[in-house]
Design a protein around this ligand. Sequence first.
Ligand SMILES: Cc1ncc(COP(=O)(O)O)c(C=O)c1O
Length: 205
Amino acid sequence: MSNFIVTVAANTNLRICFPSVYFFWTTFLFRNWIVLSYCCYLIFIKILDMQIVDVYKRIDLEIINGKGCYVCDKSGTQYLDMFGGHAVISVGHTHPHYVSEVNRQLNLLGFYSNSVKISIQEQIADKLGKISDKENYNLFLCNSGAEANENALKLASYQNGRKKVIAFTGSFHGRTSLTAAATNISAIAAPVNETPHVIFYRITT
Ligand SMILES: Cc1ncc(COP(=O)(O)O)c(C=O)c1O
């Protein structure tokens, strides 16, 4: 019986590995109980449906496609999208150039480590340097605003050897350790993020 419990526990925690993990363990450990344990698995899967973490309060709306500055929900209702790509990807939706460039790259290579030379990184550094007139700067590429802020704080600290950071109350810098530490919003900064190194100032008008 203990094998049976282990099997079910493993599968409820690793539901995404179904069916390979499930059948591997059940056939391996429990040949005679396959049908019964499979039924139990189905019951567990129903009870313990994995939920998405509500990072934001969700609007009851499911957007399924978009074109230009319009998006459409499941029922075909069209909306003028004024969300602006969360202020980080305000390029509209499914522009043919954007789609073909992302496709072109994915057809070549989706991901590779920074430990090798990646010439498109150099191309973007070159373009950004020219556009911003900062050609003698180094470019650090990362995936999110939080990483950008986290690394900006670390770079400043490496450079000046100091530990103290000044931040404003109510400001938001991201959800990584140091950016959360510099964000005194309890929903963002957990107790473990609290540090005496960050000093908060309140802006008064
Ligand atoms: C001012 C500011 N800083 C940092 C961030 C964090 O960016 P990301 O969600 O990409 O980590 C955001 C994101 O909304 C932001 O608005």
